[in-house]
Ligand binder design. Sequence first.
Ligand code: HXC
Length: 257
Amino acid sequence: SAYETILVERRGRVALLTLNRPKALNALNARLMEELVGAAEELDRDPDTGCLVITGSERAFAAGADITEMAPRTSVEMYLRDWFSAWDRLGRLRTPTIAAVAGHALGGGCELAMLCDLLIAADTARFGQPEVKLGVIPGIGGSQRLTRAVGKAKAMDLCLTGRTMDATEAERAGLVSRIVPAADLLTEALAAAEAIARLSAPAAMMAKEAVNTAFETTLAEGVHFERRLFHSVFAFADQKEGMAAFVEKREPEFRNE
Ligand code: HXC
């Protein structure tokens, strides 16, 4: 692999991206940010990619942005370099993305998981936005995405006290899509990814776009947008194939067209 901080592995139409700074609990330094976002964008542009899985180690998905790297920075440096803005590009990927989270997902680690479309958690996962304990606040969208995911009550609790929540609490609150035993995390995440990668890629992308639009707009505008997408999928050959396969009681063969 050409990367220093991540591992990239292809499994058919699924790509697995593993954060690989185990000694620092996958703390997200600038190098990791650039490598992960760059690799994800490259895979996103490749028509042979149907789903991305981002994972960490057993101990930590990621314990946050790299504190040693950030500690000496000045405000004007952070502003001029537009620190963390590269992460925004991850939220603009069109390919469905799964975060497979075990262990610590704190600060930037929790924010990275929230940038993904599905969040599958091991029963060992712990989520939090402890930045306030360091004298700072979330900087990769945590105060916004966490609040939209779990509501004001829990978002305030996590952002103001810096406490963590376990996988059960996170699932109950609506942050997590599924919880699985830690030993099955990768198997489950890859199985979900393979199922997504077998779908019609344009239909899956549109489903993702439609759900994400719910975060950006009013209900009437969102339903209108969904309806227009819905009408347009009838132009896809995959719509004909998907529905014909159902009627003929066979598996569809999507061609992404
Ligand atoms: C740099 C980190 C790190 C981090 C852990 N390490 N988290 N290095 N940045 N965010 C390093 C430790 O320094 C240590 O290195 C090694 O990883 C193992 O960590 P330990 O603390 O020894 O492990 P443990 O006792 O198991 O505790 C795990 C932990 C703790 C509870 C996750 O590491 C922790 O609290 N980390 C910081 C969590 C945090 O505050 N995250 C938010 C960061 S700010 P050595 O070399 O000693 O072995 C952020 C938001 C950005 O993410 C926006 C603000 C601008």
